[in-house]
Design a protein around this ligand. Structure first.
Ligand code: 4NP
Length: 166
């Protein structure tokens, strides 16, 4: 079998949105029998929360939906571009920060907004997963729903890519 595809979800702090995406994606890949074909990680553009566990509010929302979040925050570095096939930014600011440290055009081309893979979001022209950190609990419910929909679309895209590569 080919090498697995490698993905990294990226937000600002790596304690709310991107670890939520990492946990949902791993869960959905298992459900769809693709867990051994895709490696999933996450990171933050900032170093503000390096070493911290996921935000309690994000972890509680995920737990309520039957998904466990583990791991701790780390910062995305320019060297990381070589480690991933796709780098999935949560919002436009995360994407801009990633493009600013991309070591070249090939690296920059691997950066996408996660919600580009949600057909409904693409149609509505709203491609950001909004930062829930300073808001109330509803923000974490919303993030979970947006990320879950986009992850399902992303898996559809990856399935097509994997079936082309054998
Ligand atoms: P995240 O959320 O980027 O989804 O992990 C944030 C976490 C922390 C902060 C901002 C956003 N902060 O300002 O510390």
């Amino acid at each position: 079998m080919d090498q697995p595809l490698r993905l990294c979800f990226v937000c600002l702090g790596n304690i709310c949105r991107s670890p939520t995406a990492e946990a949902i994606m791993r869960h959905r890949l298992r459900e769809r029998g693709l867990a051994d074909r895709v490696v999933v990680e996450s990171a933050g553009t900032s170093d503000w929360h390096v070493g911290d566990a996921a935000d309690r509010r994000a972890a509680e929302e995920a737990r309520g939906r039957g998904i466990t979040m583990d791991g701790c925050a780390r910062q995305f570095t320019p060297a990381d571009f070589a480690r991933y096939d796709l780098v999935l930014a949560m919002d436009h600011s995360n994407r801009a920060d990633l493009l600013a440290i991309a070591p070249g055009e090939e690296a920059a081309a691997r950066v996408r907004l996660l919600r580009e893979f949600d057909p409904a979001a693409a149609d509505a022209g709203d491609l950001a997963v909004p930062d829930p950190y300073f808001g109330g609990p509803d923000g974490f419910v919303h993030v979970f729903d947006l990320v879950d929909a986009a992850c399902q679309g992303l898996i559809d895209h990856l399935e097509a890519r994997l079936s082309r590569s054998g």
